[in-house]
Design a protein around this ligand. Structure first.
Ligand SMILES: NC(=O)c1ccc[n+]([C@@H]2O[C@H](COP(=O)([O-])OP(=O)(O)OC[C@H]3O[C@@H](n4cnc5c(N)ncnc54)[C@H](OP(=O)(O)O)[C@@H]3O)[C@@H](O)[C@H]2O)c1
Length: 281
């Protein structure tokens, strides 16, 4: 485990930076992808030769591949790729404009695709490796006020489930990680993405709920350092899960949603099945 070479996006802060720290502390090497390398300077100094920082726009389709290729070649190979970069566009759907919606998907979905396009050829060449996709419980359930973020995470999970089926026969395992609320700046960053236009009066309670949740940092149960340890443990499992919620809140949220979905499926099973063509006599 200690000798793995990782590529981590969103490494400037939060979960990404906690992971970079954990991997380096356990003997691994990291290609840390950021928009600004400055926050990683102390780790670069503390772990000489084991951290390569790459400042590149992961949302620019053509840009990341040559830059990441270079960094991966510099270390000689790649073992684990982690797509952690993300932010949440929050607000009632009717108040979000198309540009904001596309920007959410650029980071939450297309940037992931750009990074995978750079990373997968290296993993395929080795016929081994791990892809860890940082999603959210909202990647499989809905969340009011978070339609754009939720849609982006659903897209990420759809990509990842299909990718897992393509990559497993090639020796590459994929895990979708669904953290619950973690004590990072994620919520503060989310609030700052609220549209500046005045709220439609009908959605005032939504804005108030968002403002309350942005300041509720002390109630987030998830510890990014422990999540980072769990990611390192995942990368070493011979048979990792396809999906894994992180945190008791994520676990409960997914379990409740699943049981509601199953109950609804059963309640309307007759209507579902009645659309079959009549059986030939
Ligand atoms: N924290 C939570 O409660 C929580 C819960 C569920 C899921 N998640 C997921 O966990 C992942 C990490 O979140 P976090 O808690 O570590 O949040 P964070 O502390 O806000 O860190 C987010 C990271 O993503 C990067 N990022 C944001 N927008 C970007 C863009 N346009 N291009 C490139 N990089 C960008 C940020 O870089 P800059 O510093 O350059 O902005 C930062 O490194 C995200 O995918 C998030 O959806 C978090």
């Amino acid at each position: 485990m200690g000798s793995h070479i990782w590529l981590v996006t969103g490494a400037s802060c939060g979960l990404g930076q906690a992971l970079v720290n954990e991997v380096l502390s356990s003997g691994g090497r990291v290609i840390a992808v950021t928009r600004d390398n400055e926050p990683l300077q102390p780790l670069t100094t503390a772990f000489p030769g084991r951290l390569r920082t790459v400042s590149v726009g992961i949302t620019d389709a053509g840009t990341p591949r040559p830059v990441l290729d270079d960094a991966i070649t510099g270390f000689g190979r790649l073992d684990v790729v982690v797509n952690s970069a993300g932010y949440a566009l929050a607000g009632p759907f009717e108040e979000l404009d198309g540009t904001e919606l596309r920007a959410q998907f650029e980071v939450g979905f297309f940037a992931v695709a750009n990074v995978l396009r750079a990373a997968l050829p290296h993993l395929r060449a080795a016929k081994a490796g791990r892809v860890l996709q940082i999603s959210s419980p909202t990647g499989r359930i809905g969340a009011p006020e978070m339609s754009a973020y939720t849609a982006g995470k659903h897209a990420l999970e759809g990509l990842s489930v299909s990718l897992a089926a393509e990559l497993t026969p090639l020796g590459i395992r994929t895990t979708i990680v669904e953290p619950g609320a973690a004590r990072t700046d994620f919520r503060a960053n989310r609030a700052s993405r609220l549209p500046g236009s005045p709220a439609l009066p009908d959605y005032l309670p939504v804005h108030e709920a968002l403002a309350r949740s942005a300041t509720a940092a002390a109630r987030q149960v998830g510890d990014p350092a422990r999540m980072a340890q769990a990611l390192v443990a995942l990368a070493d499992m011979p048979n990792p899960p396809l999906r894994l919620p992180f945190g008791s809140d994520a676990l409960a949220g997914v379990e409740n949603a699943r049981s509601d979905q199953l109950e609804e499926l059963r309640r309307f099973a007759t209507l579902s099945a009645c659309t079959d063509r009549p059986k030939a006599i």
